[in-house]
Structures are given as C-alpha cells and as structure tokens.
Design a protein around this ligand. Sequence first.
Ligand code: NAD
Length: 368
Amino acid sequence: MANYNLLLLPGDGIGPEIMRETRRIIDWFNAQGGAHFEIEEDLVGGASYDAHKSPATDAMMDRALAADAVLFGAVGGDKWADVPYEARPEAGLLRLRKDLELFANLRPAVCYPALAAASSLKPELVEGLDIMIVRELTGGVYFGEPKEITGTGNEKRAVDTQVYDTHEIERIARVAFDLAQKRGNRVHSSEKHNVMATGILWKEVVTRIHDEEFSGVELQHILADNCAMQLVRNPKQFDVIVTDNLFGDILSDVAAMLTGSLGMLASASLGAAGSDGKMKAMYEPVHGSAPDIAGKGKANPIAMIDSFGMCLRYSFNRGAEADLLQKAITNVLEKGLRTADIMQAGLQQVSTGEMGDAILAELDNLSA
Ligand code: NAD
C-alpha cells in the first residue's frame, strides 16, 4: 500500500476548525485502506509565536521539508498586531513558501452547479465552470530589485522592478502544459508583450516550450487586460491560464469571485522536484483566518477539504479519490446543505462540524 507523510499546519482563527474536519476526511480515506496517510501536526503563525516566539520554527520547517505534502489552514489576527514585523503570523507562511521553493500557485475556479445562483454573473455563464489559473509565485515585480522609494519632501520616486529569467518562465510553462494535458488540453498564456519587455520574453519562452515539449496542447496568447475582460464576459472559454506573479494575483481573484464564496476556494503551491525526485507542495484555502467567525462553528470547511482533494490529485496522483471527494461535496451542496457564508433562502444552514459530517456520510454513500 502507498504511504504518504502529511504535515498539517492548522494555524490561527478558523484554521484549527476547518483542519479538524479535513483530518476526519483523511481518516476516512485511511480507513478505506487504498493508501495510508501518516499525519503529523505542528504550529504555525500566531499559534507558533505564542508557544515559541517564532511564526515558523526550524523544527517545524524540518518537518515541512521532510513531508510529502503540507496542508496549511490560515494565519493571522488582531491578537498579533503588535508583534515584531519579522515575527508576524504571515511571516510563517512566507517562510514556508520560500524554503519549500513553491514557484507555481494553482488556483482553480470551479463553480458547483448548486452554487451558480450565488455568483455575481448570470448562472448560465458560470454553471459548470472549471478554470485553473497557474500563477508564477516567486519572481516578477513583487521580488525584483531595485525596489525603493528615493527623494525627499514633495517629490519622491518609487521604483518596483518587473524581472523574469528564462528558466523561471520555462518551469511555470511546463507546470501549465502538464496540467492542461490532465484537463481540457488548452492553455492561455497571459502577459502584456505590447508594452512590457518581460511580456515579450514570456511569450517567446512559453511558445518555445510549447513547440518543443507540448505541441499537442492548444496554446493561445492573450493580453492580461483582455484576459480580465474575457474572464467576466465568457469565462467558460478558458481551461488553464498561465501568467506571472502580478497578473496572476489579480486574475485569480477575478476568477475566484465568479464562483461565489471565499469559503469554497482551494489552492495548491508546487515547488521543484528535489534530489529524491519528490515535488515539494503545500495546499491551502484561499481565505484567511476569519477572526470574525472563529470559534463559532460558522466556518465553511470546504475550501480546506478541497485543498486536500488537490493534494490527492497533484501530489499523489490519486485522481479517483480526488474525484470521489469532489463528488461528495457536490452531492452535499445539491442536497441544499449550506454553511452561513453560502446560505440561500429555503436551504438548510449547517455548522462547520455538520458540513464535515455530511461530506463523510456522502463518502460512505458513494463508496457503499
Ligand atoms: P479572511 O479571508 O480571513 O476573511 C474575509 C471574510 O470572509 C470574513 O468575513 C470571513 O468571515 C469570511 N470567510 C473567510 N473564510 C471563510 C470560511 N471558510 N467560511 C466562512 N466565511 C469565511 O480575510 P481578512 O478578514 O481580510 O483577514 C483576516 C486575517 O487573515 C488577517 O490577519 C489576514 O492577514 C489573514 N489572512 C491570512 C491568509 C492566509 O493565512 N493564507 C490569507 C488572507 C488573510
């Protein structure tokens, strides 16, 4: 039987509540006997600061580096507003991304049919939507140097630097084409080659990787501003969109909102394969620690549970189990069960734990 080591990092706020439900789902898969998930748990963010005066200890990082995959809840909250900047809860997340070298951020925008009415777009535009945005996560304008504000008084100058090297574009392009082959076999590469040098290089490199290694995948280039428009005009035309750090930040939020609630959105961050051939990976919901509802049983655990589904699919190549989990979530929503964030008139509101119960019951049904 295949054995996988998972490190769970619940974090702060609603993190522990949604991770509790996810752990029950993992236990369910363990009980089925198809694979064995060995679970370790550790502190991160504010919870780690409270215990160790650090948001990401070296011991936790060692466990993260040794794990086959990391499941991350959420970090942050007002409680830690006054801790030193370098020890703030979010620094724990940034250290994980940096030390695991997570350069590819995968943000699916999937619209469950039962939630189509909750989108800001017309239901027919989003029903059945299934897009994957692949965002470059460790380069571009957020990290380029120089990054500074110079001058004094009323006439200062601010500089950010957008910079990409060929190898950074090559590796993110490969992730996108590889994913497309497992999905709809189509990639849109998005940049602004009309006004940016990085856009010219991006387009050139993506085209070469396509022609040399993935010529069976359909590739289209689209300017990032047009991509934003098309996402709200006719989102179902897209399968995989690959783009840089800045445009990806924006386009993935646009795509996310097509699907309704923050509580439904999972994500994956993938790194390069290590010397052992294993790819580092971390899976987390898109939302934060939601301190306004923490401890009240109101959090929607689906984004976290679905993040484990992505882990099954992308780290462990267990597509059948990932499909089963997705089907269980779909059925629960079809039956009208809703946490408060996705509640609609006439449906049944449930707590975090009850949503977990319902998904587990559906898994039992589907595998009976
Ligand atoms: P947030 O995502 O935590 O919450 C925004 C709103 O969405 C809130 O009203 C919240 O109740 C709701 N919400 C979020 N997730 C939900 C869920 N699963 N179920 C139901 N409702 C949900 O963003 P915020 O309020 O801007 O930030 C709160 C804290 O989280 C801050 O400290 C911020 O820095 C941190 N944060 C952390 C991460 C992360 O850990 N990856 C990401 C974003 C924000």
